[in-house]
Design a protein around this ligand. Sequence first.
Ligand code: PRP
Length: 213
Amino acid sequence: MGHDGPMHLTVVDHPLAQAALTVLRDESTEAAGFRAAMNALAIMLIYDATRELSTQDITVTTPLTDTAGVRIDAPPYVIPVLRAGLGMLAGALTHLPDAPTAFVGVARNDDTLIPEPYLNSLPGDLDGRDVLVLDPMLATGGSLAHAAELIGDRNPGKVTAVCVLAAPAGVATLRRTGAVDALVLASIDDHLNDDAFIVPGLGDAGDRLYGLA
Ligand code: PRP
């Protein structure tokens, strides 16, 4: 998967998600509150992003009788894009405690706006396994497109990008890669400014997560 058909787009408009997003946008939210809201929002986004996860039918014994149940078959690979994607990792592992995790590190050069890769711990072959790639911000789309292309080269199953915010240009870039089956996020904002920041946005997610803003 990852190469056929259009990218499926979901904007999670649940009131709890939108309230958490509002906390993230607020410039007066300090690092601890920012991390908490990011974690809460990630849990909601990943709940939606895993809607079609395959399950295995099992029998479970309640205190009263046997009944039908399910368990998660093969949890998707979870791949945060460093640094800011780490703010969504705990939320993903809350739902998928057995998910294998790999890391992609990309830092956007402030002058050229080109993403500069510095880490890749992906396995050589994903063996058709589904993937959740986490990055709160989809601005020009260069960073996530880079991660998606690395993933796409490794025989993934369904690839779902989970973001907090995007600019329209970033969604278009990701769509053009053809490497992502689905994008789940809380908002598509208005535009990118001259520094390629999402407007209205929430500022620099990495700096705000780690007390540097
Ligand atoms: C930010 C953000 C995304 C990327 C989005 O990361 O967390 O990864 O920029 O921009 P793009 O869509 O134009 O590529 P940054 O490169 O600042 O690194 P960080 O996560 O370490 O803060």
